[in-house]
Design a protein around this ligand. Structure first.
Ligand code: NDP
Ligand code: BG6
Length: 525
């Protein structure tokens, strides 16, 4: 299928539209106008949740934009027996509910959707896929460029990668045409050992430049903006260290429960599902040193240095370091929701944590002694992802003699979702004859004065894979360092002797267990 709008041919920043009245500067629309190589996108696990809810809508949106290879074929591959038409209509259901649905464009897009019923563990089936792809190349001119997306349970990553290699689908031609890339979804392994095993298997069929370890948090606009905020402004960086920052809070709260993913979640829990990956990336972006250039390897080098400085948490029993929780029945938005243990597929005596808050230290020159408090949980009262920089109190209050009470320290809040905004809180004088302080905020809304298209994290990630850009993907050394930090901790938490005592129940719709409140207050206060 060819893009409806593929005439533009380079990445450009178009100066368009109105001006930002506050600065009198023109608004920039950063549109992708590139030439993407013709290719075939093969999605393994195409009958699943991720494909219909995230990947296919993202591909459809890219098709509507100019960021679409021409030509491009999409192949859904899964065990479920589906005809091409049945697959198309299954994908239609997810896309038709989108605000930008256009029946004519959908028809065009759907023409490029194919389906291949595959046995993941059969080499013959993978050989058959190879023949299927060659046939598409011949018919559509996709030139042997292939993107393999593993949207399957992690237990299948190694089998599929191995069989792709055996079928010759990991090979690339030397002239740069005929590339092959593999996208692996988080979690990358279950612990350090399995992450290393997975990497070894991937490398038997693919080279490092072909492997993309996706973490959709990195591709969120507001997450990408953290580095811009820190390093494209001169006012923040001089303050960004232990001399001025008291502590940092990072929270990723969710309203949803485990939904239909108990099979996966029971094995994972919140520490593997959210902390080892998304939360660590947010931490890295706040804590890392400036890279010398905005290039994938240099940015990833600096993140890895940050991970290397993580101070191990030795006492998971201490509520100062870590509090784990599991939701009980409760109310969310006035609707009664079941306890985690009553969710379909969850063991009635499950000790899987659905909430965690922890204190982390980064032992290096910049951050020595500054606590980072990280919290994430399901069935909390609201969806909220924020990074909150709590600055130190003023060193001396010259207002002490006027009895103004304590002066609230400044806070910089980087709102990731749902409110995409940056807020700075500070003190002013209240108008009037006497001196009294008033805490006020300066807000920047991320889409203020911006009228262009918005890009979802999966759309951005897919474009980057098609361009071969690794900036927003995990590198294996980072994965292993984070597992080195989490594996011993998780092992201790899961040991039978203490796990029961460690998991504190909390009501769905509350802000987690009572034991977590002191740490949560430090994040949100
Ligand atoms: P699903 O559980 O929906 O599985 C995807 C497909 O894999 C299924 O439709 C099924 O297809 C096949 N499959 C499932 N279980 C097995 C099994 N035991 N043996 C063989 N095949 C199986 O997964 P999701 O789509 O939710 O997620 C895919 C990947 O993406 C996972 O690794 C997940 O951790 C990750 N992820 C998912 C997110 C989400 O929001 N869903 C978010 C971030 C990451 P068939 O039987 O037809 O072959
Ligand atoms: C996924 C986790 O990686 O991220 C889910 O597996 C979680 O459990 C999801 O719900 C949260 O993503 P977002 O983009 O909705 O914050």
């Amino acid at each position: 299928m060819s893009s409806p709008n593929n005439s533009k041919n380079q990445i450009s920043e178009a100066l368009v539209g109105g001006t930002a009245p506050d600065l009198g500067m023109p608004t920039q629309l950063c549109l992708f106008e590139g030439n993407l190589d013709p290719c075939t996108i093969v999605i393994f696990g195409a009958s699943g949740d991720l494909t219909s809810r995230k990947l296919m809508p993202a591909l459809y949106n890219l098709y509507l934009s100019s960021a679409w290879p021409n030509p491009c074929c999409v192949v859904g591959a899964a065990r479920t027996s589906l005809s091409r038409e049945e697959f198309q209509s299954k994908m239609h259901a997810g896309i038709a509910s989108q605000g930008n649905y256009d029946a004519k464009k959908w028809q065009e897009f759907a023409q490029g959707l194919n389906y291949y019923a595959i046995e993941y563990d059969s080499q013959a089936s993978c050989q058959g896929l190879h023949a299927f792809l060659r046939n598409l190349d011949g018919r559509h001119g996709t030139r042997g460029n292939r993107l393999f997306y593993l949207a399957v349970p992690p237990s299948l990553y190694q089998t599929i990668s191995h069989n792709l290699g055996q079928a010759g689908l990991g090979q690339e031609s030397l002239d740069g045409q005929g590339w092959s890339r593999i996208v692996v979804e988080k979690p990358f392994g279950h612990d350090l050992h399995s992450a290393m095993e997975l990497d070894t298997t991937l490398h038997q069929s693919f080279q490092e430049h072909q492997i993309f370890r996706i973490d959709h948090y990195m591709a969120k606009e507001t997450v990408q903006n953290i580095l811009i905020c820190r390093f494209a402004n001169s006012i923040f960086e001089p303050l960004w260290n232990r001399n001025f920052i008291d502590h940092v809070g990072i929270i990723a709260a969710e309203k949803i429960g485990v939904e239909h993913r108990a099979g996966f979640y029971e094995q994972a829990g919140v520490l593997r599902d959210m902390f080892q990956n998304h939360m660590m990336q947010l931490l890295a972006l706040i804590a890392m040193e400036p890279p010398s250039r905005f290039e994938a390897e240099r940015v990833r080098d600096e993140k890895v240095k940050g991970f290397r400085s993580l101070k191990p948490i030795s006492a998971p029993g201490s509520v100062e370091n870590l509090v784990l929780g599991q939701y009980e029945a409760g109310q969310i938005d006035g609707v009664t929701v079941p306890a985690y243990r009553a969710e379909p597929g969850v063991r009635p005596d499950s000790l899987t944590p659905t909430f965690a808050v922890m204190r982390v230290f980064i032992d290096n020159w910049r951050w020595r002694g500054v606590p980072f408090y990280l919290a994430s949980g399901k069935r909390l009262p609201q969806k909220l992802t924020q990074l909150i920089i709590h600055f130190k109190e003023v060193p001396h209050s010259l207002f002490a003699n006027i009895d103004l009470g304590a002066i609230t320290p400044n806070r910089l809040i980087l709102g990731i979702q749902p409110e995409e905004k940056i807020t700075l809180t500070f003190q002013t004088k209240n108008p009037g004859a006497t001196v009294c302080l008033r805490g006020v905020t300066m807000d920047f809304n991320y889409y203020q004065n911006y009228h262009g298209p918005m890009m979802d994290a999966y759309e951005k990630s897919l474009i980057d894979v098609m361009q071969g850009d690794h900036m927003l993907f995990w590198r294996q050394d980072g994965v292993e360092l984070c597992w080195s930090f989490f594996s011993p901790l998780i092992e201790q938490c899961e040991s039978c002797a203490i796990s029961e005592k460690l998991i504190h129940p909390y009501k769905a719709g509350s802000w987690g267990p009572a034991a977590a409140q002191p740490l949560l207050n430090l994040i949100l206060a």
